[in-house]
Design a binder for this molecule. Structure first.
Ligand code: CTP
Ligand code: MG
Length: 335
């Protein structure tokens, strides 16, 4: 009888696959937007190469990790191997160059936590932030993109979760909720833990890619085209995964004791990471380990108020997935 009930429930949830796929398709950016980004990058590449011949520009964040929405700003990292770069001076110099090449709204924010130059390109209409030597972000961007190549369900799930988080105003790190980067890691982790798994753990496999960044060794298996059938024995569909994801974060996750870790493809104890108490501003109320900077908890922005907001939103989403006749609309109702 239980099996019967399970199958009935499963068929019921699968009715929602088509509407969720439609939401996903409405969120992915058009090809011509990517073309415009490339055009802008080429222009910036030129200007930078003229001034700093040994520097290189990299895209990172949502414009390069394959989890970007249409019309997002692009994030660029200027990497330069030079032991005594003065970031502020360089950013000011860069701002000068950009202004004299007709970029608009050029602004050097040299005192920000991550110092950047902001600009708007009048030709493509794209806004852009450029930072210096944030190479770890370039590497974790590649990790996310590589995961997204393995199984299409990751991109579907992550777009839906990001869209939900933005609609419900729980994607605002300055208000104590989580970054898009954190949500994508939560999605990867959820798919690693399915049985059978939908995603492997690339950092536990024989590395085919290895770089050292600020004394952190970043190594993992990146021949992902070899893994294109990895998840195929798991037949779960997008509606089931959305349902399961929210159910996990509403009722399944042990917030008091555990850490989700994409690096190991498993759930770790807070104790083994020594994340059991508040240190400074790190309260560890929801713990998501950065895959490379392993001392970094992406949940550290969350405080005792915002954890309640988050958990209530996870519960709301789980209830909608359980009960609502039209979850693909209700889930994204603006807060
Ligand atoms: N990043 C990071 N550590 C964080 C937050 C972000 O290294 N705590 C880096 C990641 O490389 C991430 C990039 O900064 O890909 C941009 O982060 P974020 O804005 O959260 O994600 P986006 O993918 O750009 O999402 P959005 O569409 O919301 O801009
Ligand atoms: Mg971004």
């Amino acid at each position: 009888r239980n099996v019967k009930r399970y199958m009935a429930c499963r068929n019921d949830i699968r009715r929602h696959d088509a509407p969720f796929i439609a939401v996903y398709k409405s969120l992915i950016p058009a090809e011509e937007e990517l073309e415009k980004q490339k055009q802008l990058m080429a222009k910036l590449d030129n200007l930078v190469a003229n001034e700093w011949p040994n520097a290189k520009l990299y895209l990172y964040g949502s414009c390069a990790n394959s989890f970007g929405f249409p019309k997002s700003d692009i994030d660029v990292c200027l990497a330069i191997e030079d032991d005594d770069v003065n970031k502020s001076e360089m950013l000011l110099k860069l701002a000068d160059i950009l202004e004299s090449n007709d970029f608009q709204n050029v602004q050097a924010l040299t005192r920000a936590r991550v110092p950047i130059v902001k600009l708007m390109d009048p030709v493509t209409g794209i806004s852009c932030d450029i930072c210096i030597n944030n190479v770890l972000a370039v590497v974790n961007t590649k990790l996310l993109r590589d995961y997204s190549q393995i199984d299409g369900r990751l991109r579907q799930l992550a777009f839906i979760v990001k869209h939900w988080a933005k609609s419900r105003k729980v994607n605002e790190t300055y208000q104590g909720t989580l970054s898009s980067y954190a949500y994508v890691l939560m999605c990867i982790h959820y798919l690693q833990l399915r049985s059978p798994p939908i995603l492997p753990c690339l950092q536990e496999m024989e590395p085919t890619y290895s770089v050292r960044v600020d004394n952190i060794r970043c190594a993992y298996f990146d021949n992902v085209e070899r893994l294109s059938t990895f998840g195929s024995s798991n037949r779960e569909t997008i509606a089931e995964l959305v349902w399961g994801f929210f159910n996990y974060w509403a009722y399944g996750h042990d917030y008091a004791n555990t850490v989700v870790s994409v690096r190991t493809g498993s759930i770790l104890g807070k104790r083994e990471k020594d994340w059991t108490r508040r240190v400074g501003n790190d309260r560890h109320l929801i713990c998501i380990e950065d895959p490379f900077e392993t001392s970094h908890d992406l949940g550290r922005v969350v405080d005792k108020f915002s954890i309640r907001v988050l958990r209530e939103e996870f519960e709301r989403a789980a209830k909608i997935m359980h009960q609502d006749p039209n979850p693909s609309a209700k889930l994204f109702e603006p807060y």
